[in-house]
Write a protein that binds this ligand. Structure first.
Ligand code: DQA
Length: 147
C-alpha cells in the first residue's frame, strides 16, 4: 500500500511558526514519526511539501495510478483553493484532510474548508498526532476498497 502525504504552504515552518498553535515539532520530525508507524504497517509513504498552489495541484494529479490514497494538509489553501479541491475530486482517491489546529475554534475565515468537500474525512485539532489518525483511517479505507 502506498500513500502520498502532501503538505501545503508554511508547513515547512513548523517548529518555528506560532508554536502556541502548531506545537514545537518540525515537519521533518512529524514525517519521521509517521514513517515509523507506516513502516510497522508495511505502508510506503511519499512526502511532499510546497508553498505553491500549482505545484500541489500537479502533485495531486501525479497520484493517479501511483498511490492508493492521500493524506493532505492544504494549510491556508484549504480556505481558498478551488483548484486543489478540483484536483482531489479529479483523482478520485480516498483522501484524509488533516489540520494540526482545530480550525473550527479559530478565526471565522479558517472555519470553512473548500478542499474538505473533496476529502473522504477530516481530522482537525489533535496536533501532529492528527497525521497518525489520518494514516490509520486511510489504511482502513484502502483495505476496505481493495477487499
Ligand atoms: C492549518 C490551519 C490553516 O488555517 C493554516 O492556514 C495552516 C495550518 C492546520 O494544520 O491547523 O497553515 O492547516
Amino acid at each position: 500500500m502506498k500513500i502520498a502525504v502532501i503538505q501545503g504552504p508554511n508547513l515547512n515552518m513548523l517548529g518555528i511558526r506560532e508554536k502556541h498553535i502548531y506545537g514545537p515539532m518540525s515537519l521533518e520530525q512529524i514525517h519521521e514519526q509517521l514513517k515509523a508507524s507506516a513502516d510497522q504497517n508495511n505502508v510506503e509513504l511519499e512526502f511532499f511539501q510546497s508553498n505553491l498552489e500549482g505545484e500541489i495541484v500537479d502533485r495531486i494529479q501525479e497520484c493517479l495510478g501511483e498511490v492508493d490514497g492521500i493524506i493532505i494538509n492544504p494549510a491556508a489553501y484549504s480556505h481558498t483553493s478551488i483548484a486543489i479541491k478540483d484536483a482531489l475530486s479529479a483523482v478520485n482517491l480516498p483522501v484524509v484532510e488533516v489540520h494540526i489546529s482545530n480550525i473550527y475554534k479559530r478565526e471565522e475565515f479558517r472555519q470553512k474548508s473548500i478542499t474538505a468537500s473533496a476529502s473522504t474525512g477530516v481530522i482537525s485539532g489533535f496536533g501532529p498526532f492528527g497525521y497518525h489518525l489520518g494514516l490509520i483511517s486511510l489504511m482502513q479505507m484502502i483495505t476496505e476498497i481493495k477487499a
